[in-house]
Ligand binder design. Structure first.
Ligand SMILES: Nc1ncnc2c1ncn2[C@@H]1O[C@H](COP(=O)(O)OP(=O)(O)OP(=O)(O)O)[C@@H](O)[C@H]1O
Length: 246
C-alpha cells in the first residue's frame, strides 16, 4: 500500500475542511481526485503528505521523516512557482535530491534525461525555466516530480493550463506510470479526461468523500448534481465518454 489515510480530519482557521477521510492507494492505480472548488482536494493532498496538521486521524506518509517521504512520494503543488533563474535541466535535477549522491550518479542522469524526454522538453533543456510559458513551466515541474522516481506521485491539478494536446499527453504518461507499477493521486477538473484515463475516481464534496470507485460508478448524474450542483449529460464515444455540464 503506497498511501493510507485513516479517519483524517483537518481544520483550517478552526473550520473543518476535511472530515473523516479514509483512503488507500496502491501500485498500478491512477486515482483522480475530483470535486468542486473548495471541496478539499488540495487540503487532502497536503495533509496526506504531513504538510498540514491533522485534527484527527493518520496518514502513513505524514509519519515518515522528510527524506524517507521524499523517496516515497513526489508532490506537485497547485502553485507553480519557480524561485530561481535556473535552467530546465537543473530544475528537473532537483528531483534527485532525496537520493544519495544526488545529481552526479549515472542513474541520476538517466532519470533526469528520461523525465525531460517524457515531458517533451528536450528542446528547452538549456533554457532558463523562468522564461518559459506558463504551460511549459508546468511541464518542467511535472518532469522534476517524475525525475524523483518515487513509487507514489501526488499532483495537484497537473494538467491545468496545458493545451489540449499536452493535457492528453500528460494523462497518457500518468497512465503509463500506473501501468508500470507506480501509484498516482491527481486532482483534476476535466471529467472527460478523468473518465478516460483514471483507474479510479474519488469524489470530494464539502470535505467528505462521497464516492470512490470506477469512473463509471462515480460520474453518475446524481453524484455530479450533489458535488457540483449541476446536471451532466454523458455521451459514449469510441475514445471514451464525453461529459457535458448542463
Ligand atoms: N490557507 C488557508 N487558510 C484557511 N482556509 C483555507 C486555506 N486554504 C484553503 N482553505 C479553505 O479550505 C477549503 C478547502 O480548500 P482546498 O484548497 O483544499 O480546495 P480544493 O478542492 O483544492 O479547491 P480548488 O478546486 O479550488 O483547488 C476551502 O474552503 C478553502 O477556503
Amino acid at each position: 500500500m503506497l498511501m493510507r489515510l485513516q479517519n483524517m480530519t483537518v481544520s483550517r482557521r478552526k473550520r473543518p475542511v476535511l472530515n473523516d477521510v479514509n483512503l488507500t492507494l496502491d501500485r498500478h492505480e491512477l486515482v483522480g481526485l475530483i470535486g468542486a472548488n473548495g471541496a478539499g482536494k488540495s487540503t487532502l493532498m497536503e495533509a496526506a503528505l504531513g504538510l498540514l496538521p491533522t485534527a484527527a486521524g493518520h496518514s502513513n506518509l505524514a509519519q515518515m521523516n522528510a527524506s524517507e517521504r521524499a523517496r516515497n512520494a513526489a508532490y506537485l503543488p497547485q502553485s507553480r512557482e519557480i524561485a530561481w533563474p535556473v535552467s530546465v535541466e537543473d530544475l528537473v535535477a532537483l528531483g534527485r535530491i532525496p537520493w544519495p549522491g544526488s545529481g552526479t550518479a549515472i542513474s541520476d542522469r538517466a532519470a533526469i534525461d528520461a523525465a525531460i524526454a517524457r515531458m517533451q522538453l528536450q528542446t528547452h533543456r538549456k533554457r532558463t525555466a523562468l522564461r518559459l510559458s506558463g504551460g511549459e513551466q508546468s511541464r518542467v515541474l511535472i518532469a522534476r516530480a517524475l525525475a524523483q522516481e518515487t513509487p507514489l506521485v501526488i499532483a495537484d491539478e497537473p494538467i491545468a493550463g496545458l493545451d489540449p494536446a499536452q493535457q492528453l499527453a500528460c494523462m497518457r504518461i500518468f497512465r503509463e506510470l500506473a501501468d508500470e507499477g507506480h501509484g498516482l493521486l491527481v486532482s483534476i477538473h476535466d471529467l472527460g479526461l478523468a473518465a478516460r484515463f483514471c483507474t479510479r475516481l474519488i469524489l470530494l464534496s464539502e470535505g467528505r468523500i462521497i464516492a470512490d470507485g470506477t469512473p463509471h460508478e462515480v460520474l453518475r448524474d446524481d453524484l455530479m448534481q450533489r458535488a457540483f450542483k449541476m446536471r451532466t449529460q454523458r455521451i459514449e464515444t469510441t475514445h471514451g465518454p464525453i461529459i457535458i455540464p448542463i
